[in-house]
Design a protein around this ligand. Structure first.
Ligand SMILES: [Zn+2]
Length: 236
């Protein structure tokens, strides 16, 4: 008798249990989704109270000609110091973590393919790559190259291990603010036209040009994002 009764009750109890399990599972999935969304947001936005120093390592690649390297270390250090003076209030500090001399043959950087080749040959993670060259130019209309004092690009190709890698190029005779200007671009800043006192002006900048407050705050957030992303890459 007991057994018969159990048979009658069981399907309903099982259905109820299944329904509760389904609800619990949905709640679990929902929580997981909410949590992952929160982590994604956290990973992307630095909390405003986080004012510890963000250190960004630079890997400097110096082109050489038969006359030797196109710049000396004093020049590189001076550019980095100039950048650091601008951003120390925001707690951002750039350090030269590594320097290598490129073999002869990369002193003039022109075509996109050449840049891609530069990007591929670098295996090191965790740093912002800066190339010092004798001359760099960008293609303009009518296949005419225009010399520039610096440029930057971010790898957006298919290779996962190279994603988001940032490369900066500085010409050997560029003004002292060029490195800071290109770092500004790499970290998402646009040109600030017609203001010679702003580092992001694509013009003949004043020697004492600076970042505006809003630019400096944006740089702080981008530097913190860079630090977190590189930490993730390094832990893989
Ligand atoms: Zn620019």
């Amino acid at each position: 008798m007991g057994e018969v009764l159990q048979h009658r009750v069981d399907p309903r109890a099982r259905a109820k249990r299944a329904m509760l399990l389904a609800i619990a599972w949905k709640l679990l999935v929902l929580c997981g989704w909410a949590l992952s969304a929160c982590t994604a947001i956290q990973a992307d936005v630095a909390p405003p109270w986080d004012m510890r120093e963000v250190e960004v390592p630079l890997f400097v690649h110096v082109a050489t000609t038969k006359d030797g390297p196109v710049v000396d270390m004093a020049r590189v250090e001076a550019d980095v110091a100039r950048t650091n003076v601008e951003l120390q209030l925001q707690g951002i500090h750039f350090v030269v973590a590594r320097v290598e001399e490129l073999e002869i043959g990369h002193a003039v950087l022109q075509a996109r393919e050449q840049r891609a080749d530069f990007a591929r040959r670098i295996e090191d993670h965790g740093a912002l790559h800066v190339f010092y060259v004798r001359k760099c130019s960008v293609p303009r209309k009518g296949n005419v190259d225009q010399n520039v004092s610096g440029l930057h690009w971010i790898y957006r190709g298919v290779r996962q291990d190279l994603r988001h890698r940032m490369y900066l190029v500085v010409a050997h005779d560029a003004p002292a603010t060029t490195l800071a200007h290109e770092i500004g671009h790499a970290f998402g800043l646009k040109h600030e036209q017609k203001d010679r006192a702003n580092i992001m002006c694509s013009c003949e900048r004043r020697q004492d040009a600076h970042f505006s407050n809003s630019q400096a705050v944006a740089l702080r957030q981008a530097a913190a994002r860079f630090e977190r992303r590189e930490a993730v890459v390094a832990s893989r």
